[in-house]
Write a protein that binds this ligand. Structure first.
Ligand SMILES: Nc1ncnc2c1ncn2[C@@H]1O[C@H](COP(=O)(O)OP(=O)(O)OP(=O)(O)O)[C@@H](O)[C@H]1O
Ligand SMILES: [Mg+2]
Length: 290
């Protein structure tokens, strides 16, 4: 019998044989700030990379970009430099642990609404070059209901909403989901409850969101999993090392690994043709159009 890891390796091998045409866009967001999005994005991206996928992590947090800080890597480039200079998307990429590619946010995203039509075209052209280069693009966004987050959500293949068991975080997660459901056709929304003291507490928090979304929005939210409150997360942040590498056997790291397994299990087992190249470019055009 295969164990989970074996199963994941097999899935990965199957996928590697495929002529993947477009990266899968996985966006990680939250209603309330400070609930653990950036740590989850980084470790999620690393875990996908660890099982053989080609992953690009993009820090799209307006104003509070800090993915590079979490890795202890000083990035001299940021996303919008592509539009504002001759740099290509590959020039603004950095390489993190395990060869993970990432693009730092800087304060860049807040300037996106000031770009000229020509600069936007440059962005679209550059983003289109990511096709065939990556299997997953993991996007860490800022908290709350921001126009840019909603726009990104509308082109994402998967949306992960992070909350904690705190009532304020749950209410804000629901508020975000409500707006997303109103704006996006059939969004695949998955919920992660972070900083739980027990599984019961995590399930209770998740149930609240799932039930209210079902009742009032007629939307099914899939619960991807729970992450225990664990001081090792703070320690990893202080050390500027991703938790999965700093303390792989910690409770929170194991929870994150489990999340990845849950995510991978939900992925199609049979090879499928992902969207055609044109639709990836179309998505980029939608993302940057005013
Ligand atoms: N599972 C956890 N256990 C303990 N502490 C945690 C956990 N997850 C996150 N934290 C703490 O919460 C802090 C904020 O996490 P993080 O920066 O990932 O949140 P965020 O949602 O990205 O915040 P922002 O909305 O400001 O971007 C971390 O620095 C860490 O101290
Ligand atoms: Mg963050």
């Amino acid at each position: 019998m295969f164990d989970q890891a074996e199963h994941l390796r097999l899935l990965t091998k199957q996928e590697q044989k495929l002529p993947l045409q477009a990266p899968k866009l996985l966006m990680i967001s939250s209603g309330k700030g400070g609930v653990g999005k950036s740590n989850l994005s980084l470790n999620f991206a690393l875990a996908l990379q660890q099982i053989g996928h080609r992953v690009l992590l993009i820090d799209a947090d307006i104003g509070f970009a800090n993915i590079d800080v979490l890795m202890g890597i000083r990035s001299t480039h940021h996303f919008l430099q592509m539009a504002q200079s001759d740099l290509s998307i590959f020039d603004v990429m950095n390489t993190g642990p395990l060869g993970l590619k990432f693009i730092a946010g800087g304060s860049g995203f807040s300037e996106i609404s000031y770009l000229t039509a020509d600069q936007i075209q440059v962005l679209i052209n550059q983003m289109s070059m990511l096709e065939n280069q990556f299997d997953y693009i993991v996007i860490d966004t800022g908290a709350g209901i921001q126009e840019y987050t909603l726009k990104m959500a509308s082109i994402a293949d998967d949306l992960l909403i992070v909350t904690t068991p705190e009532p304020t975080a749950i209410t804000d997660a629901y508020a975000l989901i409500k707006v997303l459901v109103g704006r996006i056709q059939a969004p695949a929304i998955r919920l992660v409850v972070n900083r739980v003291a027990s599984l019961v507490e995590g399930k209770e928090a998740a149930d609240k969101v799932v039930l209210v979304a079902k009742k009032f929005l007629n939307t099914q939210i899939q619960v991807l999993g729970y992450i225990y409150d664990d001081p090792n997360v703070q320690r990893a942040v202080m050390k500027q090392q991703p938790l999965l590498l700093f303390q792989p056997n910690s409770t929170a790291a194991k929870c994150m690994q489990q999340l990845i397994r849950n995510y991978a299990t939900g992925e199609p087992k049979e090879p499928i043709r992902r969207m055609s190249g044109n639709s990836f470019i179309n998505k980029m055009m939608r993302l940057f159009s005013k």
